[in-house]
Structures are given as structure tokens and as C-alpha cells.
Design a protein around this ligand. Structure first.
Ligand code: HEC
Length: 137
């Protein structure tokens, strides 16, 4: 074997080892894990529902549900899309911040703020089963 061939076969072996370890990890959960993950997900959805229904603590007393009862007209399935208010292709959280800054007159939330994650979880959960339609108006 030439030196080059040995290097190639070592690389192939390393690649195969990586592939199988990822495969093993991917399968490495059971029903108890699934139940726990679902429970954690629903905890975040419930927190989002609370924030959506007046739980943000903003001073002007305006809440999301006044204009979007049960997350209606929030169309998470259409993101990312061009949003006129922001003048660019935007993600759902950016539009949520537009509503937080305008009707709610509060400071925007960071994209990874747990309340922002929760709001998105709740909005998406309410629209589960709706076909994805990114970019749609
Ligand atoms: C005073 C009414 C009002 C309140 C309160 C309000 N919104 Fe909105 N919301 C709007 C309007 C108006 C739009 C813009 C509609 C458009 O152009 O798509 C909008 C758009 C949105 C969109 C994008 C909808 C789409 O079709 O792309 C989301 C998501 C959203 N709001 C979430 C929220 C959340 C979360 C809150 C609370 C933090 C909130 N809104 C509070 C009026 C409101």
C-alpha cells in the first residue's frame, strides 16, 4: 500500500466510526425520554400562553390576545417572509417584537429570551398541522 492509500483508508475508517456513533446517539432515547421532552415542550407552550394573555408585565395594559385571540392571525407558518412594517424578510420573533414595541409599548425581547421562545412555542402550537407556506401573504 502506498502512503496515500493508507491515509485514505484511515480517513474512511474515522468517517465510518463517526457515522455509526452519530447513528447510535440518534437512537439513544426511549419512551420515558419522549414523555419527558413532550412535558417540557408543553410547559413552554403553557408559559407562552400566559405571556400572550397579559403576562408580559408591560405598563399600558395591552395584551396580545386583544388583537389576536388564541393566536389568530399570527400565521407562523408564513415565516420567514417580507414584512412591510420591518421593510425586510423577517422571522416570526422579529414581528413579535414589532408588536411588543408598538401596541404593547414595551422593550423588545432578545431572540433567545425564554419569553420569546415561549411566545413562539404557543403561537406555533396553536397553528400545528397547518401546512408550511414560507413567504406567503
Ligand atoms: C393593538 C393590536 C395588536 C396587539 C395588542 C398585538 N398585535 Fe400582533 N399584530 C397587529 C397588527 C396590526 C399586525 C400586522 C398585521 C400584518 O401586517 O401582518 C400584527 C402582526 C403580528 C404577527 C405577524 C402576523 C402575520 O400574519 O405575519 C404576529 C406573529 C403577532 N402580531 C404577534 C403578536 C404578539 C405575540 C403580541 C403580543 C406580544 C401581539 N402581536 C400584540 C396588532 C396587534
Amino acid at each position: 500500500m502506498t502512503g496515500r492509500n493508507i491515509t485514505t483508508s484511515r480517513l474512511l475508517l474515522a468517517g465510518a466510526a463517526l457515522f455509526f456513533s452519530v447513528l447510535l446517539q440518534a437512537d439513544n432515547f426511549n419512551q420515558a425520554d419522549l414523555d419527558r421532552w413532550q412535558a417540557e415542550y408543553m410547559t413552554v407552550v403553557t408559559e407562552g400562553e400566559r405571556v400572550f394573555h397579559g403576562g408580559l408585565g408591560n405598563d399600558n395594559g395591552v395584551s396580545c390576545d386583544q388583537c389576536h385571540p388564541n393566536a389568530s392571525n399570527t400565521h407562523p407558518e408564513t415565516y420567514p417572509k417580507f414584512q412591510q412594517q420591518l421593510g425586510k424578510v423577517s422571522e416570526l420573533w422579529e414581528m413579535i417584537n414589532w408588536c411588543i414595541m408598538n401596541p404593547l409599548e414595551a422593550d423588545p425581547l432578545a431572540a433567545d429570551d425564554p419569553r420569546m421562545i415561549a411566545l413562539q412555542a404557543y403561537i406555533n402550537h396553536e397553528r400545528r398541522g397547518v401546512k408550511l407556506a414560507p413567504g406567503k401573504h
